[in-house]
Design a protein around this ligand. Structure first.
Ligand SMILES: Cc1cc2nc3c(=O)[nH]c(=O)nc-3n(C[C@H](O)[C@H](O)[C@H](O)COP(=O)(O)O)c2cc1C
Length: 253
């Protein structure tokens, strides 16, 4: 597994860089990592007929890696400009366009990403006011368009005057660092899981309704019509809720 850290901050010695280094210190063999500090790459947007060679280099690194760690500070309540500029310049390469200009995942589909940000705002205030929410929303929007799967996100708040990462944040870096070591390639067993769920519902509904029948709580007529319709309706509703919670809702998170 190759892990690529993308550091989008003004300083390569600031809190974002410290967090990136702390995370990467937990990457274990045979996994490998590399961190690109965007300030060291003088990229420009591609122009028609001429691809930017610096973007070519960065794109190659992104293609060769399995997991991206995207780290950038929150500036003015949003993603810091360096990272945003990188995403803007990479747009043509991150997605495929259809004939109406709609975007679709392309070559980066099913890679994984972890995102983190930081801000002066303290933990409680950030929890209440969501200062860093828009930063993650912007990252998630780009990654979702590119079909890249999210591993997680975290914030280092209260960074004013911070010279070292607090122990609590180091533990979070350790947790996510371990996650980076164990990212599984996308398994496409979604259909299998829904079939298993359907079987479980059928079995449980049958047992429950037979008990109800035994207790005289269900009419004996049309038992199987009632049973089959119950199992089907229950499964469809549960599957819709699960789909919403796992795909639609998490697309933003
Ligand atoms: C231009 C700019 C805008 C900022 N805007 C915010 C902000 O809106 N909210 C906040 O809590 N902190 C804000 N900050 C503070 C940064 O988020 C904080 O300094 C961050 O931890 C810097 O990361 P670094 O040490 O990696 O550079 C801003 C800092 C700069 C330079």
């Amino acid at each position: 597994m190759k892990i690529l850290g993308i550091l989008g901050s003004h300083l390569d010695t600031g809190v974002t860089a410290m967090t990136m280094n702390e995370l990467m210190s937990h990457v274990q063999q045979p996994n490998t990592y590399e961190v690109v500090y965007l300030e060291n790459y003088d990229f420009k947007p591609d122009i028609f007929g001429k691809q930017d060679p610096v973007l070519d280099k960065l794109e190659q690194k992104m293609l060769e890696s399995d997991v991206w760690v995207i780290g950038a500070p929150t500036y003015w309540g949003n993603l810091a400009g360096q990272m945003k500029d990188f995403f803007d310049c990479m747009r043509q390469r991150l997605v495929r366009f259809d004939h109406t200009g709609g975007t679709h995942p392309d070559r980066f589909k099913d890679k994984h990403y972890l995102s983190f940000t930081n801000c002066y705002t303290g933990e409680f205030e950030n929890f209440v006011t969501g200062v860093t929410d828009q930063t993650f929303r912007t990252i998630d929007k780009v990654m979702t368009a590119a079909g890249v799967i999210k591993i997680g996100e975290f914030v280092v708040p209260g960074t004013y005057g911070m010279k070292e990462l607090p122990a609590k944040k180091k533990r979070i870096c350790e947790k996510y660092g371990n996650k980076l070591n164990n990212v599984k390639k996308r398994d496409d067993s979604t259909m299998k899981r829904y079939i298993e769920l359907f079987v479980m519902i059928c079995v449980m509904a049958l047992i429950t309704m037979l008990i109800q029948l035994g207790l005289g709580l269900l009419p004996k007529t049309d038992f199987f019509t009632v049973y089959i319709s119950f199992a089907l309706i229950f499964f469809i509703l549960l599957a819709c809720i699960l789909h919403f919670m796992t795909f639609v809702k998490h697309r933003r998170r």
